[in-house]
Design a protein. Sequence first.
Lengths: 129, 480
Amino acid sequence: MKKILIVDDDPDLQEGQKVFLEGRGYEVVTAGGMEEGLDVLKSTTPDLILVDLMMEHYDAGFVFCAKVRENPELAELPIIMQTSARDKLGFTPDSYDEKARSWMKADRILSKPVPPEDLLKTIEQYLSE
Amino acid sequence: MEENLRVLVVDDEEGMREGMRRVLERSSYQVDLAENGEEAIKLLKANTYDLALIDLKMPGIDGFEVTRHINETLGHQTVVVIVSALATVEAAMEVTRQGAFDFLVKPFVPKDLKQVVERAVRQRRLILEREKYLTELASERNLSSQLINSMHEGVVVLNINREPVLMNPKAESFLSVRYKPQLNLQELSLSEEILKAIDDILESESPQGEARIRWEQVEDRMLEIRVNPYLREGKNAGVIIILDDVTRQWQAEQDKTRFISMVAHELKSPIAAIINYINIILTGMFDDQVEKIHEMMERSKIRGEALLDLIRDLLFLNQSDVGKVEKSIERLELNAVLRDQLEFFQAQADRTGITLTLEAPEDEYPVRLDRKDLDRITMNLISNGIKYNREGGSLTVVIQQDDEWVTVKICDTGIGMSDEEMKGLFAEFYRVKNPNTSGIPGTGLGLATVKRIIGEYNGSIQVDSTFGKGSTFTVSLPRA
């Protein structure tokens, strides 16, 4: 069973996606913020991470990604970022070149709320690669 | 002007002197007489003459020497007419060379004298007018430079060769450059865009009156830089650069943008959570688990209500921003108000077993506030004290007073805050985020609003907190 880590400071988004993904046959672990997420990664290695952008700080999601990538074992782990501030901040994947995207360290940036089936499709795509 | 004109007649022949005096006095000039060069110089030192009629040939100091004295020592103040019997062209030229204005040939009739004097008077009047004009010009220059130097904006003037020719003290301070002659444009460290605007204006065939405007950050200031053509008779004479400090305006705009993007985020989050639940329900995967669906709808309802609270707080904030709320300030008694409020919160406190206590030993604690404002302050703080408490904890409200201040302390035994978490506690949309607070609803506007209202009544709010032990909020309001 594939394991997904959800890092989100909104308990409802966390809970909603958790029950949905569990219903689709995934094992889900959750964390309510950047620090908690990094803590979870010390004892668990998921197959994919879903992370929110604005948590403790407005860019906590980016900081989280960068810290995850510091660990060579997690460097290739797919990370999908979800944010409701995507358009506002201009963080669309298309608006950034290769270099900027590598700085962002996230493989995909999705706009909240992500329709469940779209989320599932994206997750499946990264897990099959 | 002519009435008071003063004329000096210098001649060694008494008959000549007296004759000229009579003629001139009849034309109402004020006349002084000197019988030789020495006496003339003495008089010229003592008085200011508009006109001097000077005999050329005198024993001792002659007419030329007196003329030289007037021109060199007195600087052209007196118009000189040489009176002489030597009526040759050479002599006339020599007289002019020596600095005299005109030449009168002896012997002459009164009419000749009058004509020469009138011409000299016209010359004198021109000199006086020119002097007056120069004085005025100097004082106007003085005025313009005082105006420019006292301006709130920085001013830099460049000539047609792009050389700074004027900088007022404000411009010196904005650009951190001291003005000196031969200052180079490069030393002003202006941006490429401004330099280009300067070139555009100077190279333009017909520079328009309009300015090129840019906002640029210069050190810790935001400057509005306006580049205007400097025109003389419709032609390019250089560039006038006006620098205006717009840092506060810029700051306010930045704050507004930041606030709006935070509002957008705070409004979107609950909607995203609700839509997410609905989407999951709509997948149909929980159709046979009604209790699961109810749970999600219950959570959606809570988020929807919280969103309403947020919108209400935002509207309140906006109203107080524009001063729309009319206040009805009255004398209120805190003991009674707080007793009522604690009673109101009793049911909520009972749910988590929190004991509410009011400690107010005196009968009256009078303050002057709008009742709605007072409710906002204390109900926010009491509500927080219950929300962020532990099960079975307590919330104690203590009222104290002295002659000037009434102080309310609201102490809880809740989760408390670390020093790090307390920073920014009163900022809009600030919420302490840690595992203990993640399930507690809040708009992030409560304490910001409380602090703002207290400020309106010249009061103060302080917080003391120990992580894991609890927090105490202390509000001081002027005693009525």
